[in-house]
Every structure is written in structure tokens, then in C-alpha cells.
Design a protein around this ligand. Structure first.
Ligand SMILES: *Cc1c(COP(=O)(O)O)cnc(C)c1O
Length: 248
């Protein structure tokens, strides 16, 4: 049985503490997909949002999401080190020595599937060892604060709709000018998002929430600020007006 996170589309955290207790009670393996959100662990201020994550049997975390490093840089953690030996096990006598020698204990082939690929941990390890944890914490705290700020901006704009209160660095919202009919809301958000992509000034994504499309911004770059977001709203208005006026 797998618990499927459904909060991740809007950066919300699943109730890990409760899931951890439930998994233990029912003797179920709990895997946490922390690809994006586990980065908040580096911040003393934000770590509490992942309360209960220590109950996971395994945790996937992408450093290429929020940790400044190029893709791919993915980490997989196990509660029990021994479990790492079982996960990717296979028989292949031409790769894995069945008669151990003095190098066997250094061979990482049995605990991952990278084999001959470059060790993807190096970009993260290099930055971390030069700058330490504080640099990452500062960036991520800034991005989460910025996301709260842009949420307040959306709440203040009568022609925009805030869909949720952000829990991390992702915010979903809709553009709903007064003359937009309810049955057109979905199609309109999709059309706006496609226009924005073509314009090339901003990159935003789209997500369906309760079956209706919403615009989705993910704050990843610490050089972005609220002014940039206001520029995005301006562009959405301009493109949206254009679509409505041309009847598309
Ligand atoms: C990005 C992401 C993935 C995909 O991970 P990649 O390693 O980038 O392919 C999976 N789950 C969540 C929650 C993500 O944010």
C-alpha cells in the first residue's frame, strides 16, 4: 500500500506525523516524496512544517529543486542503512562480485542504480562544504517569505483569486476579471498560461484544482522579488484582456 501525496501540486505538506503513526501501527513502509519540500529541513525556522518526517522508512529529496545545484542531484535516505542493500538488488555476476574481495565494501553498486554515472552528489557536497547550511537556509527562508508576500498581493487584487494559503514556495491563483463567465474560467487560465509561455518573459505552470485550472508559480530564484511578481500580474492582465476582447 502506498500513501499518495496530493498536496504537492500547491506546495502543501501532508500530515507526516499522523501518517508515520499509522504506518507504524499497520506495519506499512512509509516513503516520503520530499523531492521539493524536504529542502525546508535545512532551515531551523521552517523545519517544523515537516514534523514527523523522521518516522519515514525512506525519503527522496532533490537538491536540484531548491538547493542551487544543477539537475540531477537526487538523494535517497533510509531509516535503516541495511534497507539500502535490498532496494536495488539484482544478480549480475559480470558487475557484482559474488566472491567478495578487499574492494567489495567500497563498491556502491549495490545501493544505487547509477553504476558508472558521475556521482551526482558532488555539486551539492562542494557548495555545502564551502558555504555550510546557513546559505541554503537563508535562500529558502527568503523564498517562502516571498511566496507569502505575493499571496498577500493576490488577495489585494480584486480581479485575481487566491486559491490557497501557501505553505512553502508554491502559489496557485486565478485571473478572474468581472466579465469572465464561470464556465470559461478553466479555458481562460490555460489560454493565459500558454500565451505567457510563448511571450517568454516568465515561466509559470498550471494545475487543475477541483477540476478547474489555476496558474501556478514556484519561487526558486532568490533574485526574484515582489516587483517581478507584479510585472507578471501586469502581463496576465494584458494578455487576458486581449483574449477576452478578441473573443478567444
Ligand atoms: C520534482 C518532483 C518530482 C520529480 O523529481 P525529479 O527528480 O525532478 O524527476 C517528484 N515529486 C515531487 C513532489 C516533485 O516536486
Amino acid at each position: 500500500m502506498r500513501f499518495r501525496a496530493n498536496g504537492s501540486f500547491d506546495g502543501a505538506f501532508d500530515p507526516l506525523d499522523e501518517l508515520g503513526d499509522l504506518a507504524r501501527e499497520k506495519d506499512i513502509w512509509l516513503h516520503v516524496d520530499g523531492a521539493h519540500g524536504a529542502s525546508l529541513l535545512v532551515s531551523d525556522q521552517l523545519r517544523g512544517r515537516l514534523k514527523g518526517i523522521e518516522k519515514a522508512d525512506s525519503l527522496a529529496w532533490d537538491a536540484h529543486k531548491m538547493m542551487f545545484v544543477p539537475a540531477p542531484c537526487t538523494l535517497l535516505f533510509y531509516r535503516n542503512r541495511q534497507d539500502s542493500l535490498g532496494a536495488f538488488q539484482q544478480r549480475a555476476s559480470y558487475v557484482f562480485d559474488e566472491e567478495p574481495d578487499r574492494y567489495t565494501e567500497l563498491d556502491s553498486g549495490g545501493v544505487n542504480f547509477e553504476c558508472t554515472k558521475r556521482p551526482m552528489i558532488m555539486p551539492l557536497w562542494t557548495l555545502w562544504s564551502v558555504y555550510g547550511r546557513a546559505l541554503f537556509a537563508e535562500k529558502i527562508e527568503y523564498l517562502c517569505e516571498l511566496t507569502e508576500e505575493i499571496h498577500r498581493i493576490v488577495l489585494d487584487e480584486p480581479d485575481f483569486e487566491a486559491v490557497h494559503r501557501p505553505e512553502a514556495n508554491i502559489m496557485c491563483f486565478r485571473y478572474r476579471p468581472a466579465d469572465l463567465r464561470d464556465e470559461d474560467v478553466h479555458r481562460f487560465q490555460v489560454a493565459i498560461r500558454n500565451r505567457i509561455k510563448i511571450q517568454g518573459n516568465f515561466f509559470i505552470s498550471k494545475v487543475n484544482i477541483d477540476g478547474v485550472a489555476a496558474l501556478r508559480v514556484v519561487m526558486m530564484n532568490h533574485q526574484i522579488n515582489a516587483e517581478h511578481f507584479r510585472m507578471l500580474l501586469g502581463e496576465i492582465r494584458r494578455l487576458g484582456r486581449d483574449l477576452l476582447d478578441s473573443g478567444k
